[in-house]
Design a binder for this molecule. Structure first.
Ligand code: ARG
Length: 479
């Protein structure tokens, strides 16, 4: 433990009368040290330091513009806050549970250095609107970082799709061989999911990008402030219109945590699929060795632990959503101290997603398909049955009849232990009197893929269009 490590806040020294607290005046006895230890949040909200300082600099500049402090005082506050920022970044700033949270730490350090000038910073502000502002700034930055991470992951999937463009793989429903698809089509499916996640993040960012500062404790202030200036300085899109709501609204925290949990669920599904595809039994994928680990007892093992941990870590992000919704459900209007419990959940989800994305993109970039093994077994499982049925429909056979007819042909092939293409014309005519040689054009996995046509299908031409569209879309995307 170092004096600047906020995760192990030391117990406070006996406090002077009033406890030396921001609210000392009315109290005649100091806060019990057990209460300090119980109620401190600096051990986790210390990560809001940069946002707290940004908020305070904008607030003090606004106070000066409105004549509530002088320009020189605002300059001194800004310079001193920047010095405090540097000390925190360098690990030289002392943290103590006696000063409950990061907001009080920074303000009291300011006051220690500037005296009365520092004591003016909290004019027309409360910690309620302050913490709401800080958390919004923090979440807004996190959204942008995670969005950039998702973009990188999409680029990795697109790169792999471009490399594997012509490869035909089996696709599954119920984890049973269903129809053949292009590997690129399968990989672009992940790009779609992560695009929706990015869209949800952008939407959540809109509601996060709202400025609560100046709502003060809950009622606003009688002082002549200009919230528009603070909003502009902090780059928020709008100023919150109701002080009661603004000081306690944590919808954005719930939304972000939910969006991150759904993103984590997508990552978990991907991890599960690739764990299966990279087994020796499937043999579809070759994972990069640097992203696998071994066994301490079985020398031959090369395990997909990274993918398992991606799948495993998604669980905590789901738990965090639950925690936040339960936290909020019983709260009456405006700030309640329960809200302090919002931070660890959203921080954990943010950290978890950043950690997952940090390994996911390079893992995808380093993975390739085992073409030989896939090609060797691609015609197993009658993947062409649906296309043959559609060829019969093309000859005027009603769908239900065509389905039944091909079902019979599959049964015939199963009995003979062969593929549909191996059945003789005579055998086929026994189930479908109109059987002709041209129907053979529908057989075989590659042909089944080539015959696809509809928009959104795995048809080579459609997939090529999608690859080009994704290329343009991801090139144009900004981080
Ligand atoms: N540490 C508190 C939190 O995270 C800051 C706001 C405290 N406000 C108050 N009135 N006690 O929510």
């Amino acid at each position: 433990m170092t004096k600047s490590d906020p995760s192990s806040v030391p117990p406070s020294a006996p406090a002077p009368s009033g406890g030396g607290k921001a609210w000392g005046g009315v109290f005649s006895v100091p806060t019990d040290q057990r209460v300090e230890a119980f109620s401190e949040s600096v051990s986790f909200d210390c990560r809001l330091a940069d946002d707290d300082i940004d908020g305070s600099i904008a607030h003090s500049r606004m106070l000066a513009d409105c004549g509530l402090i002088t320009a020189a005082e605002a300059d001194a506050i800004r310079d001193t806050l920047e010095a405090i920022r540097a000390e925190i970044a360098a690990g030289e700033f002392p943290f103590t549970a006696a000063k409950e949270d990061i907001h009080l730490h920074i303000e009291s350090a300011l006051t220690d250095r500037l005296g009365d000038t520092g004591r003016k910073l909290h004019t027309a502000r409360s910690r309620n609107d302050q913490v709401a502002t800080d958390l919004r700034l923090y979440c807004r930055r996190a959204i942008d970082r995670i969005d950039a991470g998702l973009l990188e992951l999409q680029r990795a999937f697109l790169g792999m799709a471009q490399r594997e463009q012509d490869l035909v793989i089996p696709a599954y429903t119920h984890l049973r061989r269903a129809q053949p698809v292009l590997a690129a089509h399968q990989l672009l499916a992940w790009c779609e999911k992560f695009a929706r996640d990015r869209d949800r993040l952008a939407d959540c960012r809109r509601r996060t990008n709202v400025m609560p500062l100046g709502s003060a404790a809950l009622a606003g202030t009688s002082l002549p402030i200009d919230r528009e200036r603070t909003r502009a300085a902090l780059g928020f899109a709008v100023t919150a219109a109701n002080s009661l709501d603004a000081a306690s609204d944590r919808d954005f925290v719930c939304e972000l945590t939910f969006v991150l949990s759904l993103t984590a669920v997508h990552l978990s599904q991907w991890a599960e699929e690739w764990i299966i595809y990279s087994t020796d039994e499937f043999g579809f994928l070759k994972l990069p060795e640097a992203f696998c680990t071994g066994s301490s007892i079985m020398p031959q093992k090369i395990n997909p632990d990274v993918l398992e941990l991606v799948r495993g870590k998604s669980a905590r992000t789901i738990g965090n959503v639950q925690q936040l919704l339960v936290l909020l459900k019983g709260l009456p209007t405006a700030y309640n101290r329960d809200l302090q419990e919002d931070k660890e959940a959203v921080f954990d989800s943010i950290d978890t997603l950043e950690a997952m994305l940090g390994v996911a993109a390079p893992l995808v970039a380093g993975t390739s398909f085992d073409r030989d093994r896939i090609n060797a077994s691609i015609d197993r499982g009658h993947l062409d049955a649906t296309t043959l049925m559609e060829a019969l429909i093309g000859e005027g056979v009603p769908q239900r009849t065509a389905h039944e007819t091909v079902g019979k042909l599959v049964r015939r092939a199963l009995t003979a232990g062969c593929s549909l293409a191996d059945l003789s014309d005579d055998a086929c005519r026994a189930d479908y009197a109109g059987w002709n040689g041209s129907l053979r054009q529908a057989l075989g996995a590659s042909r089944a893929v080539e015959r696809m046509a509809s928009f959104g299908s795995t048809a080579p031409a459609r997939v090529a269009e999608q690859l080009a569209a994704w290329q343009l879309r991801l090139e144009a995307a900004t981080e």
